[in-house]
Design a protein around this ligand. Sequence first.
Ligand SMILES: Cc1ncc(COP(=O)(O)O)c(C=O)c1O
Length: 384
Amino acid sequence: MTQVDEQPLLKTREEFPTLENSVHLISHSLGAMPRKAREHTKSFLDLWEQDSIEAWSNQWLPHMKTLGNLVAKVLGVDAGTVIMNQNVSTVQAIVASCFDWTQKRNKIVYSELEFSTVHYVWQAQARRGARVNILKSDDGMTVPLERLFNAIDEETLIVPLSHVLFRSSTLQDLKAIIKRAHEVGAYVLADCYQSAATIPLALKEWNVDFACGGSVKWACGGPGAAYLYVRPDLLPLMKPIDTGWFGHAEPFAFDMGEMRYANDMWRMVGGTPAIPALYSALAGWEIVAGLSQTAVRAKSLRQTTMLRSLAEKRGFQINTPHEDAQRGGTICFDFGGSDEVAKELNKRRFFCDWRPGCGIRASPHFYTTDEEISRFIDEVDRIR
Ligand SMILES: Cc1ncc(COP(=O)(O)O)c(C=O)c1O
């Protein structure tokens, strides 16, 4: 395991007042709120009040770009290649709406372990002619790479997959999957919601076609601020049916003729952006983008190992892969009555959650101390 200096990570605790009276092991679902989120949100309100319509062009739209560029840094892609939108379901639906599903190459391949919302988006493309191939998992945690490789063929158009699976925190081999997909001419859309800000990403180097995620979880940014990356050489081919005036080359021309898409990432936006959410998300992304992602990952692996061994000692069932290389930032553990214990933990301000078929999910993040992990497990003991 790589040894890193964890002090710069722990120093961020000053930015999270909520850590003074609660233990947050819930970054796979809702990252702790940074102090500055309030200040940035207030600055949105101040601009609205003071600058009125002037705020749009002078502040709000440039802010959307600033935030997209911070996200781009964390994803390991170039500035200007990421655009913000409301949520992952929306950005995936926009991507899906770019394709003609009546052609021979119209297969969508993903597994039953994906997050339900993206399944609803892709399954719905069947109504437009797509063939949806949902792969089974044998253990409820993983899908063998070979099974995925065999399913991705010359008729596959896209493979929408999570880099880290939400239920088990399994880290999928994105690089290898992209390579396989490209061998047969298929695209990969990587949902990095559960990996960005906890696992170092080099999406440009890995040559991913599309990537998306949101700000709610590991990025500590709150809801309503999702992101989409499109590989720059693919962008001119993208002509989403799900669109709106902010995707037009000249929104203020109010042109009623043929849609003329913007030349940049704005073409992937629909209507008016949700600006307040983009202000509340800024503080989290600023913190995350300022940290060494390698250090974040090394600390996460050390602390998830610690948490797992404490859970194992108590005889709990572990529902997360054992190997570091196959694991994201969460440890899932289960025992009889774990759902009730999770409810009580939250009441006592030990924030975590519970999912069927998985048990309690707990995620140390860059701000978590070892002492908090020990206290969390002690509290589990007390409640049981
Ligand atoms: C991997 C993954 N994708 C997507 C989502 C949610 O998508 P949306 O932003 O559409 O709510 C989640 C969890 O909330 C998730 O864990």
